[in-house]
Write a protein that binds this ligand. Structure first.
Ligand SMILES: [Zn+2]
Ligand SMILES: [Zn+2]
Length: 381
């Protein structure tokens, strides 16, 4: 079969590798779609894990082989996969800190080499310990929707870490695919969302996803698109003042109840700490790069009781709720998918995801047998 093999930093090669062998308690799945995720991009660009590996973990496809000991699945079933599943029994799991569970940290889906998800290949092997993470895709839904379950789960998990009441005001900083999912999930819960981004096209979508207010973070509310949004905006005190005034006005002087930081910027965190009311929360979602340098005002946490929290990865127990959210299309993930690439074009898909354009949002690698549409970057199957 063909697979995209990570051979070193920024070195992805389309190679022919053996179709994975599967055991009695395992499944073989033919991959239909696999989302491009920033966590994989980071590993490819910074070489944080040793090659060779086959990445891709937001995977949906069709079961083509069922081990004799596997119950509940048959060939032809259309499924979404989770590459991590917690044991539900260890100390971390009893505290519902699933991402810290030793079993959870093991990757249970592979297309060969050291298991790394394997979604950028034609077939993947699903190991016994991640079988509880296999979700059936309803006939009315698409593989693309199935491939979005994992990222939506990470968002819902994070939202559940926030102590919110209906009508609360929450900033979602960054309206990429993840930020837009936050905006939608919060809006569905009756939260008034202030969505910020540097791109007006994304803010428009945020509005359609239920944001009550939108703010261009390059111009603090003027709504003007910056000519080159990739160069950092001059922020500074002027910007911060105008944003603070805006938030005061929107919240009747009280401040935000919480802020979700879906951009990897420390400055945005500092700003959010100012915008959140005493006792509120600032949640970090995109600060996945380790660093020892930070200059946060810790008194905002101690004296003002503004919690600084994080959330990483998915919560296995939310799987059903996530499936309902996506498959009912209350959160219509199809609107987030702007580009589809073939397996051979995976390197280009990753390049686009790491340097997004005005119109790009979620990027998905799809298998040839699904690429039936003539206008594949618009049409959704
Ligand atoms: Zn992911
Ligand atoms: Zn555990």
């Amino acid at each position: 079969m063909r697979a995209v093999v990570y051979r070193g930093i920024n070195d992805l090669r389309v190679e022919t590798v053996p179709v994975p062998r599967t055991g009695r308690a395992e499944l073989l799945v033919r991959v239909a779609a696999c989302g491009v995720c920033p966590t994989d991009i980071k590993k490819i660009q910074y070489g944080t894990v040793a090659p060779p590996r086959i990445f891709g973990h937001e995977t949906a496809g069709t079961i083509v082989r069922v081990g004799s000991a596997v119950r509940g699945w048959k060939t032809g079933d259309r499924v979404a996969l989770h590459h991590h599943v917690p044991c539900l029994e260890c100390h971390a799991c009893r505290h519902r800190a699933f991402a810290q569970c030793a079993q959870y940290k093991r990757t249970g889906i592979t297309a060969g080499f050291e298991p790394a998800g394997g979604g950028y290949a034609e077939y993947v092997r699903v190991m016994p310990f991640v079988l509880p993470g296999v979700v059936k895709i309803p006939s009315r839904n698409t593989f693309l929707e199935g491939a979005m379950l994992e990222p939506v789960n990470t968002v819902l998990k994070a939202v559940k870490r926030l102590n919110l009441l209906r009508g609360d005001a929450v900033l979602v900083a960054g309206q990429g695919p993840i930020g837009l999912m936050f905006t939608r999930v919060l809006a569905l819960r009756g939260i008034r969302v202030l969505a910020s981004d540097l791109l007006d096209s994304r803010l428009e979508l945020a509005r359609q996803f239920g944001a009550k207010w939108i703010m261009n973070a390059g111009s603090a509310g003027s709504g003007k698109a910056p000519e080159d949004w990739r160069t950092p905006r001059p922020r500074g005190t002027d910007f911060a003042c105008r944003t603070a005034e805006l938030v005061k006005r929107l919240t009747g002087g009280r401040g935000l109840d919480a802020a979700v930081i879906a951009v990897p910027s420390d400055e945005v965190v500092r700003e959010a700490q100012q915008l959140v009311r005493g006792g509120g929360q600032v949640l970090l979602f995109s600060h996945t790069r380790r660093s020892t340098e930070t200059s946060l005002d810790l008194a905002t946490i101690c004296v003002d009781e503004k919690d600084l929290i994080g959330s990483y990865s998915a919560d296995f127990l939310l799987q059903r709720e996530v499936a309902r959210l996506v498959f009912s299309r209350k959160l219509d993930v199809r609107r987030l998918i702007t580009h589809q690439f073939s397996l051979e074009e995976t390197a280009a898909a990753i390049a686009l995801a790491s340097g997004p354009t005005v119109e790009s949002l979620k990027i998905v690698v799809v298998s040839d047998y699904l690429r039936l549409s003539t206008n594949r970057n618009r049409e959704l199957f």
